[in-house]
Design a binder for this molecule. Structure first.
Ligand SMILES: *Cc1c(COP(=O)(O)O)cnc(C)c1O
Length: 393
């Protein structure tokens, strides 16, 4: 019994590769090669060197003393906010750009909603001197002007998706269409543990550096490798997969996943997939997603752009269904308050996504001796205008 992926690309009942026939050659090339490439010593060396010299790893595991005192338990923050570009996403894009190079690809495509994954992709394309095309809904381009500017500065071409609701899912459709038309020279960088196998597993492996570091760092600080709990917010689930990875099959470590309840689970404006989702297929994998009676994807809502996604990765769907992980959802209001509280208690302004994970301590009580590691997935600079508007700063 394992919570890792099996040979066929499934986590329990979830995962797989439900793709149109025209996409099969691209996905199959990646599937047949990714493990072999990742195991190469030269790949490992280049990946680890870039994580160290370019991203700034290892990120600190910081004991949050004042925060811990407030909630009467021991809270450590894994500081992914200190990564180059301000969040964990770059761990994955570094891994995938190296994969693309090993597979002989010289053209990179990606889709982005709020622009964070687009920026992380444009960053590594600049680093490697590869052509970069980012698909983004026309509505999102207007809403996320600073990230569009960043991508342009980094040399990427931002292509508007003009169909449907002109948001993330439409950008994804455009990226898939591009990949079908350019199977030989193009790699599609997906930004979370979603999509057809092998993407969820490949992205989880790239992000697993997070829990690999936590094990070493906790050994130094607490003389134990295992915390009592690991906590992370879940959009698609990549920062969560990273901090859970080495603990998935260790029952002594509790796993807590925090989703965005938006304005409340029952308001129709929410992104709490575990509470509202049903089994279905999204972006090529079988998982839990928010959908209508006839299987159309429901538009999700959260104040945080990174959690505003109608599904969760198949690893997390399995963690939910099996009961291995505890799922908690947090409203916009509670997340915003928690973000402000961390700023005042620890001098760290978190991304609003991350603020959701920090908000659980109000209601979810831990024992005084518990060691709880929260993945501080990103910094709040990108969210300053939302904090200003919300608090009238
Ligand atoms: C994108 C993002 C998330 C959500 O994505 P996951 O794949 O669920 O990790 C969470 N936090 C931050 C800071 C992000 O930028």
């Amino acid at each position: 019994m394992t919570y890792q992926v099996n040979e066929k690309g499934y986590y329990g009942d979830f995962g797989g590769a439900y793709i149109p026939e025209m996409l099969y050659p691209n996905v199959e090339e990646l599937r047949s090669k990714y493990l072999e490439v990742m195991r190469e010593e030269s790949f490992q060396r280049e990946f680890n060197d870039l994580l160290k010299e370019y991203v700034g790893r290892p990120t600190p595991l910081y004991f949050a003393e004042r925060f811990s005192k407030k909630y009467n338990t021991k809270v450590y923050l894994k500081r992914e906010d200190l990564c180059h570009t301000g969040a964990h996403k770059v761990n994955n894009t570094i891994g995938q750009i190296l994969m693309a190079k090993r597979l002989g690809k010289n053209r990179i495509i990606a889709e982005t909603g709020a622009g964070q994954h687009g920026v992380a992709t444009a960053t590594v394309c600049a680093l490697m001197g590869l052509e970069c095309i980012v698909y983004m809904g026309e509505v999102d381009i207007k809403r996320q002007a600073p990230n569009v500017a960043r991508m342009k500065m980094l040399g990427a071409k931002v292509v508007p998706a003009l169909s449907g609701s002109r948001t993330l899912k439409d950008a994804t459709n455009e990226a898939i269409r591009d990949w079908i038309n350019n199977p030989v020279n193009t790699h599609y960088i997906i930004g979370s543990v979603v999509g057809p196998h092998p993407y969820p597993d490949m992205v989880a492996r790239f992000q697993s550096v997070i829990s690999e570091e936590v094990r070493k760092q906790l050994m130094e600080k607490e003389h134990r490798e295992d915390p009592d709990y690991v906590v992370a917010c879940v959009g698609g689930g990549s920062n969560a997969a990273g901090i859970y990875y080495h603990y998935l099959d260790n029952p002594k470590v509790g796993i807590i996943a925090v989703e965005a309840a938006g304005k409340g689970i029952l308001t129709g404006e929410s992104a709490a997939t575990s509470a509202l989702g049903k089994e279905g297929i999204i972006h090529g994998s079988k998982t839990l997603l928010m959908q209508t009676e006839d299987g159309q994807i429901t538009e999700p809502y959260s104040i945080s752009a990174g959690l505003d996604y109608p599904g969760i990765g198949p690893m997390h769907a399995n963690l939910f269904k099996s009961g291995r992980a505890e799922f908690i959802s947090v409203t916009d209001d509670d997340a915003m308050k928690a973000g402000l509280a961390l700023a005042k208690l620890e001098g760290i302004i978190p991304a609003i996504e991350t603020s959701h994970a920090l908000a659980i301590f109000e209601d979810r009580k831990f024992r005084e001796q518990d060691v709880v590691v929260v993945n501080l997935s990103g910094r709040g600079d990108k969210d300053l205008s939302s904090y200003i508007e919300y608090f009238g700063l």
